[in-house]
Design a protein around this ligand. Structure first.
Ligand code: KIV
Ligand code: ZN
Length: 503
């Protein structure tokens, strides 16, 4: 009989707070819906006290999601807990997640509190949160560098105060798997009442051991794993959801534990996070990297042809990577297009399908073969902002290796055409200067990347820009796709500015 392991996803909190991964409200809701489709047990939707925007987005997610518990992080402080409750109170299944540090270094240098004061505060705030909701998670921040006897003491007290889940974070990614096994075993063997509590782990990946440590925690009896899609998160990131889930599934014989995750939705979830954040995964990334299921060596290919299990421990289909790479073209009909969309794991409303099919036909006129990545670029809706303030009408570029590039850009701004010309260091720099003139905004280009979505000469280019607008503005990700690299770059920049207006 296998044990059931809860998956607590913190992509929208620990993941989103890492540099370059911020998302707007619409994107957060889209991610939350995808996490619900993935069947995660708990969605940590944000840190309500962090900003009014965070609170509003948790609230919106709480109103939308029905099948996963929705949780907000809160320090052990009344203001934090009040904000967390305000954010999650309308969720079908609400949780408050409160934390305080328990390691000597954090208590002395960060909190400037004695261990007794930390216990007192934790107990008081768990009781305070309990007045609002019954589902309370308590995290002992930096637990893995804490004194074990102190951990046992504080956990026992917060359970008495009403905590229903106890989380053991490796906040700084310091622990090793055998040590994690010992910590979890020690807590299981020494905390009275722990048998009625969900024991959780939350690992960071500073030494590349977050997944291994989470699995060691499961072996020692942990019931919940905290993780993020693609492993995004503070510094080196968090435990990667796709890796830990597929490890439990593929090695069920060893772990004797299962999750509720619909693994067929993993690939799509990973693509969504890559598209929204503009942070790609490495080709060699386990489970979702472009090479994760590619067999290059002749010996391996030969083995695979005789029997897939010679070199394949899990199938690409099991994580939602489509089995065939069927290619569409301009003669493909709506039916074939819809079939392919469904095979990729998407299901569109009739209106969205109409829009996507029109875009498909336009692309098919430019490009002979339409591949899966092209279809995804058409249907991933995060680039679509209703009521776009800026729209590209036309651009003319004059460039060369021994002349200064010139770009004439015409944008529709709230329905009115405005054209500006600029020179610059290459066609993209010149174009961005023209757009800056048109928008009148102080825009800082923080990062720019360009890559081909598919192979072949007529591949579509995907440009990702990270921009900051105004003093102290947040980093905004813009994305543009086109068969023309300059057009993709202009669209990405315009998309970033539209997101700024839409926020
Ligand atoms: O890494 C950490 O300790 C955290 C806690 C707030 C759970 O993110
Ligand atoms: Zn963390």
């Amino acid at each position: 009989m296998s044990r059931s392991i809860k998956i607590f996803d913190t992509t929208l909190r620990d993941g989103e707070q890492s540099p370059g991964c911020s998302m707007n409200l619409k994107e957060k809701i889209e991610v939350a819906k995808q996490l619900e489709a993935l069947k995660v047990d708990v969605i940590e939707a944000g840190f309500a006290i962090a900003s009014p925007g965070d609170l509003a987005s948790i609230k919106a997610i709480a109103a939308e999601i029905k099948d996963s518990t929705i949780c907000s992080l809160a320090r052990t402080a009344k203001g934090d807990i009040d904000a967390a409750y305000e954010a999650i109170k309308n969720a079908a299944s609400p949780r408050i997640h409160t934390f305080i540090a328990t390691s000597p270094v954090h208590m002395e240098h960060k909190l400037r509190m004695t261990p007794d004061e930390v216990v007192e505060r934790a107990v008081a705030m768990v009781s305070y949160a309990k007045k609002y909701v019954s589902d309370i998670e308590f995290s002992a921040e930096d637990a893995c560098r804490s004194d074990l006897d102190f951990l046992v003491r504080i956990i026992e007290q917060v359970i008495k105060a009403g905590a229903t889940t106890i989380n053991i974070p490796d906040t700084v990614g310091y622990i090793t798997p055998p040590e994690m096994f010992n910590i979890i075993s020690h807590i299981k063997n020494n905390v009275p009442g722990i048998e009625n509590i969900v024991l959780s782990t939350h690992c960071h990946n500073d030494l590349g051991m977050a997944v291994a440590n989470s699995l060691a925690a499961v072996s020692a009896g942990a019931d919940q794993i905290e993780c993020t899609i693609n492993g995004i998160g503070e510094r080196a990131g968090n435990t990667s959801l796709e890796e830990v889930v597929m490890a439990l599934k593929t090695r069920k014989d060893f772990y004797e534990a299962a999750t509720n995750i619909d693994t067929h939705s993993i690939y799509r979830s990973s693509r969504l996070i890559q598209t929204i954040t503009g942070v790609p995964v490495a080709p060699t990334k386990a489970i979702v990297g472009a090479n994760a299921f590619a067999h290059e060596s002749g010996i391996h290919q030969h083995g695979m042809l005789s029997n897939r299990t010679t070199y394949e421990i899990m199938t690409p289909e099991s994580v939602g990577i489509p089995s065939t790479t069927m290619v569409l073209g301009k003669h493909s009909g709506r039916h074939a297009f819809e079939d392919r969309i469904n095979a990729l794991g998407y299901s569109l409303s009739k209106e969205d399908l109409d829009i996507a099919f029109k875009k498909f036909k336009i692309l098919a006129d430019k490009k002979k073969l339409i591949k899966d990545m092209d279809i995804e670029s058409i249907i991933l809706k995060d680039t679509e902002i209703e009521d776009k303030k800026l729209e590209l009408e036309s651009f003319v570029i004059n460039t060369g290796n021994d002349i200064t590039s010139t770009s004439v850009i015409k944008l529709k701004v709230s329905g009115k055409s405005i054209e500006k010309v600029s020179t610059g260091d290459g066609p993209i720099n010149a174009s961005y200067k023209s757009i800056n003139k048109i928008s009148g905004l102080a825009i800082e280009l923080v990062d720019y990347s360009l890559h081909a979505l598919t192979d072949g000469e007529d591949a579509q280019a995907e440009a990702i820009v990270k921009i900051k607008i105004g003093e102290g503005g947040d980093v905004i990700t813009g994305r543009g796709v086109s068969t023309d690299v300059v057009e993709a770059s202009i669209k990405a920049y315009v998309n970033g500015i539209n997101k700024y207006y839409a926020a």
